[in-house]
Design a protein around this ligand. Structure first.
Ligand SMILES: [Zn+2]
Length: 138
């Protein structure tokens, strides 16, 4: 069996299976190959694997991957929100206090500017940065 991409005189494209190439030639010559959209029997072979179809499926994969990544971040965010104390813009200060033992060890999360983050790194304070997705994304 062989699969052909076909196009009718009205520019509809469709796929059809034939026993072999000769069978297609014969059937199209005697008008047995019919466009499923408009019923026209004027059929020709369309180029295989049109570029549009390839791009579309790659976009779908990209969309699916982006969706999974967003899902993973959303899970991470939920986990952080459940197990850590939110300290907002005081993150750098709080992280420092915990690091130097001024406050009891606990998990915190909040916002830090890149300047603050750099200082924390220099002081050897361990923390992680995660891309925070907006709730409206999910
Ligand atoms: Zn047609």
């Amino acid at each position: 069996m062989i699969l052909f991409n076909l196009r009718c005189g009205e520019d509809h494209t469709f796929e059809a299976w034939f026993r072999d190439g000769a069978t297609y030639e014969h059937q199209s010559a005697v008008g047995e190959v019919v466009c499923p959209v408009c019923g026209v029997t004027q059929i020709e072979k369309a180029p295989m694997a049109p570029r549009l179809a390839t791009n579309a499926s790659r976009n779908e994969r990209d969309v699916e991957m982006a969706r999974q990544i967003r899902g993973a971040f959303a899970e991470l965010r939920d986990h952080v929100e459940k197990s850590c104390d939110y300290v907002g813009a005081d993150f750098a200060e709080e992280a420092r206090k915990i690091h130097y033992g001024e406050e009891k060890r606990r998990n915190i999360y909040g916002e830090a500017s890149s300047e603050e983050a750099k200082e924390l790194v220099n002081e050897g304070v361990s923390f992680g940065r995660i891309p925070w997705s907006q709730r409206s994304d999910s």
